[in-house]
Write a protein that binds this ligand. Structure first.
Ligand SMILES: [Zn+2]
Length: 470
């Protein structure tokens, strides 16, 4: 009965998704390489360009109007008026359109697309107990992990995410292989935060060697959880592996009020995690004291903010203005199935709206400009990738999106920067380019068979649904 009803719900979800996407998603299998021009792109006469580089344009967002962007190979070659195109680039007419760097999703759990809608009325602990922890001790196959992660990456690309961080629960070795294969097939730039199954870090080392080191869009982090007992022991081993490999460590921090009793700041201190400085990424950061914020800032630790998830799971509201004022680098994240849908615009609206609703101050941090910066350059800084991505600075990787505001949910145009945050929806993202390769082109996803993806996702949730707690 449980199996049947969850299957019906999932089928409805798939139908809704298919209906919502049918106008913009290609259903045929298409080689990813078909997405790019042979030598790059000349994006011609964009009406508005948010470069996120104040040296290139005006203000925090580095705004320019009526300019071209030249992409050669995997890099941004030039930004400016009347650029000359080499003969082998594809010209995109961007008049009336907006160009900006792709979004950086700094904290997510890609497999969790499979459990959309699960335990809708529970808080974090109830949701984990019903929808996540049962999978620690039950089968989760490579194929099912692959389907869930591809469903997430496809949805993220559709909403303009060009770099995603996948904090993977690493349920078992088969799961992890499916997870990593899907990431490498996605075309996205990604960092996988791997919760090591082996205390000596051997599975992280092996994954890095087999899946990450040879892949130009891939990087890896170690993942742990700051709580006493075995988890503290585990976290110490993750710190050791991260330091040995020179990679980041990624933890959830004080997401739910119940975690205050675990004193995670002491665990971070004891394990040496805090000493990693800007190589420590903390997600959620909700129930922090003034002293906690000061200590994180002192160490240069970064924060990832999940407003939609925090609302959905009754977690609380991150003290965004205080973390920002203390100097912490802040990025945004979609945080997996807890948000039920990948929509970066919704996430930005929630980030702005939560603080306004809490403070009764319409000027509260983050402002519209600040949330756009945090969603791109801020995310790049969280990942220590600001020299490669996050802005349209020539020489950086060509990770960018083109937004079409001339649609029902957005028109007419009055204050386009405000409208990105307050009116934007995934269907307004008509082009997504990662490392010079188009993953969404003229409003259609490239290189993915969506109907097969929906079928495979349904098979996957039908396989694991019997293990979830009804
Ligand atoms: Zn999370």
């Amino acid at each position: 009965m449980k199996h049947a009803s969850s299957g019906v719900v999932s089928s409805l979800l798939a139908l809704l998704l298919a209906a919502a996407c049918s106008q913009e998603l290609e259903t045929g299998e298409e080689a990813l390489s078909a997405g790019g021009g042979p030598g790059g792109y000349l994006i011609r006469d964009a009406s508005l360009v948010l470069t996120m580089d104040s040296g290139l344009g005006s203000g925090l967002l580095g705004t320019l109007e009526n300019v071209d962007i030249l992409v050669v190979g995997d890099q941004i070659a030039a930004v400016g008026p009347n650029l000359t195109a080499p003969g082998d680039v594809r010209v995109i007419d961007a008049s009336g359109l907006i160009v900006m760097p792709g979004f950086v999703d700094t904290h997510d759990h890609f497999w969790q697309s499979l459990i959309r809608g699960c335990a809708a009325d529970d808080d974090l602990n109830g949701w984990l107990n019903r929808c996540v922890f049962p999978l620690n001790v039950n089968p989760f196959s490579e194929e099912d992990a692959y389907a869930g992660v591809r469903l997430s990456t496809t949805g993220l690309i559709n909403t303009g995410v060009t770099t995603g961080v996948d904090w993977s629960h690493n349920f078992n070795n088969d799961f992890m292989r499916g997870n990593l294969r899907a990431l490498n097939d996605s075309g996205m730039r990604y960092s996988v935060a791997m919760f090591g199954l082996n205390l000596d870090g051997s599975d992280i080392r092996a994954a890095k060697e087999e899946f990450i080191d040879g892949h130009p869009l891939a990087s890896i982090q170690a993942a742990g959880h700051p709580a006493p007992g075995f988890l503290e022991f585990h976290l110490a081993s993750m710190v050791a592996v991260a330091n040995e490999l020179g990679i980041m460590l990624h933890v959830h921090l004080l997401e739910n009020i119940s975690q205050v009793a675990e004193d995670p700041m002491t665990v971070l201190r004891n394990t040496g995690a805090l000493d990693m400085g800007d190589r420590l990424e903390t997600a959620h950061d909700i129930h922090l004291t003034d002293a906690d914020i000061a200590e994180l800032a002192l160490h240069g630790v970064s924060a990832s903010h999940q407003p939609l998830s925090n609302m959905r799971l009754a977690s609380g509201i991150m003290r965004y203005p205080d973390l920002s004022a203390a100097g912490l680098t802040i990025g945004l994240g979609l945080d997996g199935g807890t948000n039920d849908t990948p929509d970066t615009f919704n996430n930005m609206r929630a980030a702005v709206g939560l603080q306004r609703a809490k403070s009764l101050n319409s000027h509260e941090t983050p402002t519209v400009d600040e949330v756009l910066f945090a969603s791109t350059m801020g995310g790049a800084e969280v990942l220590n990738m600001e020299s490669q991505i996050g802005s349209l600075t020539p020489g950086k990787k060509a990770d960018l999106i083109i937004i079409d505001p001339n649609q029902l949910n957005w028109a007419p145009q009055l204050r386009p920067i405000n409208q990105i945050v307050f009116n934007g929806q995934p269907q307004n993202v008509t082009w997504v380019i990662v490392g010079g390769r188009a993953l969404k082109r003229d409003g259609k996803l490239v290189g993915v068979n969506v109907s097969k993806l929906l079928d495979d996702s349904q098979v996957a949730i039908d396989n694991i649904a019997p293990f979830l707690v009804p």
